[in-house]
Design a protein around this ligand. Structure first.
Ligand SMILES: O=C(O)c1ccc(O)c(O)c1
Ligand SMILES: [Mg+2]
Length: 628
């Protein structure tokens, strides 16, 4: 399988685009004519440059407004085609994409279009070139791949084939199963794009909101299954028009594209093994059993403050590392590692971000396979020198320099706590916190798609719809990712301005990271009492909040009084209820959350988020102080 991507999908100038595409691992590019025209260099040099980077030119595009024109426009279109054929030969590519005409004078008529394509096929054949016809979803007469295929069929020329683009088919809700009727050797090229479901004009949607397969809501896997079932053996190419990507970092967008394409083809193969023959095998998405540990990089007074916070949350200092300056804090199944090392990865994370979550340990079915899959999807493995008596725990670099370790039972890696840590005796039985409910990662809005793709291609996780969270100083978008059984949950919070609570944290910590950790109790009121006895100070909520709760929900006076007394927030969904309270912010805007899910409540208390943020800001921005 040859992987390819259109140059239009990546930001930067032509050379920057090519470098990013080559580095991400693609085999080829579709050269977008505009990118070539904007470049100052002759076509032969450009072709040679592309090839020296190890890339093929899989397609030249687009050639517009060709079929169905009356004379003299028709003759002019053929002349124009001859010029572009010259250019293609100099660049060194044999396939051109002709997209269906939007020309106001195009006449329509399947046979007229077929005759035009037959004639174009003759001219292309004379030069050893090929022509592919793509139905644009907004084409004047041809806007359905079934009509494009009928035209190609009637053109009846070996050098004329059809080009399929998932966006054009799926955006019009055309059943992708209809692709199975097209002979694979008549499909000259396949373009892939996903998109979020938004009800808008097709052209505008296509030119601004496409995204990588798996990042949107279209049935791209079904589309590709149908394509592969035809026996299609040509390139599989991404063609993404997206405003955000046009302004993104070329390397990141290209890596995301490669990750999405390999994950998609692996999914297709799992569902139709016979159809995908030449993709190297890779392990399936990992099953996650939960968060094994969260590690903070910290120092000095900040480290002491964090440990004071952990103690007030009912954590017990349960171990010290045999060789390194790490302390292990435990409660229920929760393990938090406080790393005060002054060299190595955690130390650089501290220098870069201040006190920060530098490492997340994820408990999976098979740790080594998880790293294998991640690497096949383009992630880098992470290694540190292993000291005497230490285990070699498989790990990768996440995005923006983060690290993920994988722990499993089968290989004995979950013994790391008894192997690498000496037990600190103690009696403390905790405050009833049992497990990590979710980790909340803060990032800039532009990074959200990269992170959700990262998690959903590596793990069996589903995305919930994006919600808008109103901060007094701006909007934060939030998206939850979770395993089917809820054992591993992450919320991604994308900030667009520095002035939001999330944006402020991001600016102060120089990059995406975990901003809060939500810990689950099975009895929120008992936990709240136990924490109060330890001197834990919850985030104070306003009286107005509780007056509104009383209006919105059927809560009896006793329940309401208990919620208010504990500064506990409340929400309900179709099946159950949710209780949550917060710590006060520490170390530049991080915090802890305590939650209880009752009767299968599935959300994260999104309706409460604006009031939580306002309460945090009241603490961080004392009364009377003007906002920055
Ligand atoms: O938006 C367009 O015009 C356009 C051009 C070429 C394509 O392959 C396509 O899918 C869309
Ligand atoms: Mg296309």
């Amino acid at each position: 399988m040859k992987t390819s991507i259109a140059t239009v999908s990546i930001s930067g100038n032509l050379v920057e685009k090519l470098e990013a595409i080559a580095a991400a691992g693609f085999d080829g590019i579709e050269i977008f004519e505009q990118d070539f025209i904007a470049h100052d260099g002759n076509p032969r040099e450009v072709g040679d440059l592309i090839r020296t980077m190890g890339l093929d030119i899989t397609l030249f595009q687009p050639f517009r407004d060709f079929e169905g024109l009356p004379e003299p426009l028709r003759a002019k279109a053929f002349d124009r085609a001859e010029r572009k054929f010259d250019l293609m030969q100099e660049l060194g590519t044999d396939l051109v994409l002709v997209c269906s005409s939007c020309h106001p004078q195009a006449l329509g008529g399947i046979d007229r279009a077929a005759e035009d394509f037959h004639a174009l096929g003759e001219r292309a054949a004379a030069r050893g070139l090929r022509v592919g016809f793509e139905a644009l979803a907004w084409g004047r007469h041809v806007n359905d791949h079934r009509d494009a295929w009928e035209i190609v069929r009637r053109a009846d020329h070996a050098n004329v084939g059809v080009i399929l683009d998932s966006f054009h088919t799926l955006s019009r809700r055309i059943d992708p199963e209809t692709i199975r009727r097209i002979p694979g050797d008549r499909i000259f090229f396949v373009q892939l794009a996903d998109a979020p479901l938004i009800d808008m004009d097709l052209l505008y949607w296509s030119r601004h909101f496409r995204n990588m397969p798996g990042e949107g809501d279209l049935a791209v896997t079904d589309f590709m299954k149908a394509v592969m079932a035809t026996g299609y053996a040509g390139p599989v190419s991404l063609e993404i028009f997206n405003d955000q990507f046009r302004g993104g970092r070329p390397k990141t967008i290209a890596k995301d594209g490669y990750r999405s394409l390999v994950a998609l083809m692996d999914d297709v193969r799992r569902e139709e093994p016979a159809a995908v023959r030449d993709l190297a095998p890779m392990p399936a998405r990992s099953t996650v059993n939960g968060v094994a540990f969260v590690e903070f990089a910290t120092r000095g007074e900040e480290a002491d403050a964090l440990e004071t916070m952990l103690r007030s949350l009912g954590f017990r200092l349960s171990g010290a590392h045999i060789a390194k300056n790490l302390s292990l804090w435990a409660q229920g199944e929760i393990r938090i590692v406080v790393n005060r090392e002054t060299s190595g990865y955690a130390s650089s994370a501290y220098s870069m971000h201040g006190t920060t979550v530098c490492d997340i340990g994820i408990s999976v079915q098979a740790a080594t396979e998880t790293v294998d899959r991640a690497q096949r999807l383009g992630a880098d493995p992470f290694r540190q020198p292993i000291g005497p008596g230490e285990l070699d725990i498989p790990a990768i670099r996440g995005l923006s320099g983060s690290v993920l370790h994988f722990i499993d039972e089968a290989s004995g890696l979950n013994d790391v706590w008894s192997v690498e840590f000496t037990e600190t005796p103690g009696e403390d039985s905790g405050a009833g916190l049992k497990r990590i409910d979710h980790l909340a990662q803060t990032m800039s809005y532009d990074e959200m798609l990269s992170w959700s793709l990262f998690y959903t291609t590596l793990f069996e996780m589903r995305k919930s719809p994006m919600v808008d969270v109103v901060d007094p100083d701006g909007l934060v978008r939030s998206q939850a990712l979770e395993t089917p059984d809820g054992t591993f949950r992450i919320t991604l919070n994308g900030a667009e301005t520095h002035r939001t609570m999330a944006g402020n944290f991001l600016a102060d910590s120089f990059g995406a990271s975990v901003q809060h950790i939500a810990l689950a109790s099975d009895d929120i009121f008992a936990t709240s009492d136990a924490l109060a006895a330890r001197g834990f100070a919850p985030l104070p909520m306003s009286d107005n909040y509780y007056a509104d709760l009383a209006a919105r929900f059927d809560l009896d006076a006793g329940m309401l009084a208990r919620l208010k007394a504990g500064n506990i927030l409340y929400d309900e969904d179709a099946s159950g209820a949710f209780f949550q309270f917060y710590s006060r912010p520490y170390s530049g805007g991080m915090f802890f959350e305590i939650v209880q899910r009752w009767n299968g409540y599935a959300g994260y208390g999104a309706p409460n988020a604006p009031f939580r943020i306002a309460a945090q800001k009241r603490l961080m921005r004392p009364k009377g102080m003007p906002k920055r």
